[in-house]
Design a protein around this ligand. Structure first.
Ligand SMILES: Nc1ncnc2c1ncn2[C@@H]1O[C@H](COP(=O)(O)OP(=O)(O)OP(=O)(O)O)[C@@H](O)[C@H]1O
Ligand SMILES: [Mg+2]
Length: 371
């Protein structure tokens, strides 16, 4: 899948942009603040429905405006089919279209595959479980169309269950009344949550195999990076539902005291280890950066091997955090695969990337006019 044309309206700093993208890889080169990441962000939205850095759609609207639009035309390298995706945000809501038909984020995730790389990916290793869960869920959504739906149903069920744990609800209904009202939501949470546990376990196992292969020999004298799933609930064999239900019962007093559900897939985590030591606590910054990059490469590999689609890679300023050897290895690994958009402010890479047949777009000069 390749992006062949990108259009923006009132998106970030761009009032109006029509950018044709001829066959090949693309280098977005320009000074700090010139709008390179904004372009990667727009492409990310076409592939996932959302930004990789902003959690609110409103901030994407160009200052002084109240809506934005991102549209792209893609071509499938295998059969030459083309696809149009269009995401519009206005009046506080987002409208997605694929080939002019009303669509959802899950349709974008199914049709267009993007994998983003940025220095901030190091958060995958250093920050809380929330960041790793989001990463895992994005892969889940890219690999299977019903994952997003399941995730949303789980979130809805947890919200409803949490409602019965709030102080005002318990005050209105009494403790027993609130417990009674909670039961159907507990059943629902267990039903969907158990499935999510199993899916994530499989996903992490596959991610782990890929990550191990990619990182073997990559950390000098160290072994490969191991990723393991740390589900909120432990279970034996196929008794995941019983184990989850038991865990919810055991955490009842705590949940009631805190006013929300403290145990479930929404508190899952992953651990990343190098030579059996947790990278989060013991890894050097460089090792953490490299691990984050390899996690993203594993994502791209999984998408390619599982569903046979080569993702579009959005690579933002990675050369600022990789040493020259790692940067060259990275390029050598990815350049033969899908389409790459690489953003950098560092002119020093221009010659090398030209040699590697990247087309150069100076930002803002080459992208600021309507063509
Ligand atoms: N909603 C918005 N409306 C108008 N301009 C915006 C909006 N959001 C961001 N910008 C502008 O976009 C520019 C930043 O764009 P971007 O992050 O793409 O830069 P960059 O080229 O990636 O820079 P760097 O090399 O520093 O990463 C800034 O000038 C910022 O003021
Ligand atoms: Mg940037």
């Amino acid at each position: 899948m390749k992006l062949v044309h990108l259009s923006l309206t009132d998106f970030r700093g761009y009032a109006q942009l029509e950018l044709p993208l001829p066959e090949g890889h693309h280098l977005l080169l320009g000074p700090n603040g010139s709008g390179k990441t904004n372009l990667l962000e727009a492409i990310h939205i076409l592939g996932t429905g959302g930004s990789m850095r902003a959690s609110r759609d409103q901030v994407l609207a160009r200052h002084g405006t109240n809506s934005w639009r991102v549209a792209g035309r893609f071509e499938d390298g295998r059969d030459g089919r083309s696809l149009r995706a269009d995401v519009v945000w206005e009046s506080s809501s987002k409208r997605i279209r694929v080939d002019k038909e009303a669509a959802r984020a899950s349709d974008l995730l199914a049709a267009i595959k993007v994998v983003s790389f940025a220095p901030s990916d190091v958060e995958l290793v250093r920050e809380s479980g929330k960041v790793r869960r989001r990463f895992l869920d994005l892969i889940g959504c890219q690999l299977s169309k019903d994952y997003l739906q399941q995730l949303r149903e789980y979130q809805r069920a947890i919200r409803q269950r949490n409602e019965t744990l709030t102080r005002s609800f318990v005050y209105q209904r009494g403790r027993t009344g609130a417990q009674l009202a909670r039961e159907p939501w507990t059943d629902r949470v267990v039903e969907i949550g158990a499935d999510l546990f199993l899916r994530r376990r499989d996903l992490v196992a596959r991610l782990g195999d890929t990550l191990r292969d990619l990182t073997e020999g990559a950390f000098r004298e160290h072994g490969p990076v191991e990723v393991s799933y740390k589900p909120a609930v432990r279970w034996e064999g196929d008794e995941v539902r019983d184990a989850f239900l038991r865990a919810l019962e055991e955490s009842r007093d705590k949940d009631e005291a805190l006013g929300y559900t403290t145990c479930g897939p929404h508190t899952d985590d992953l651990t990343l280890e190098l030579d059996e030591r947790e990278l989060r606590r013991f890894g050097s910054l460089g090792q953490q950066q490299l691990t984050a990059m390899f996690l993203k490469l594993s994502q791209a590999d999984l998408v390619r091997t599982s569903i046979g689609m080569t993702p579009i890679l959005l690579v933002d300023e990675m050369f600022a955090v990789l040493d020259r050897r790692a940067a060259e290895q990275f390029l050598a690994r990815v350049e033969g695969e899908g389409q790459i958009f690489l953003a950098t402010a560092q002119e020093g890479w221009l010659g090398e990337l030209r040699d590697r047949h990247f087309q150069v777009h100076r930002v803002p000069e080459d992208v600021s006019t309507i063509s």
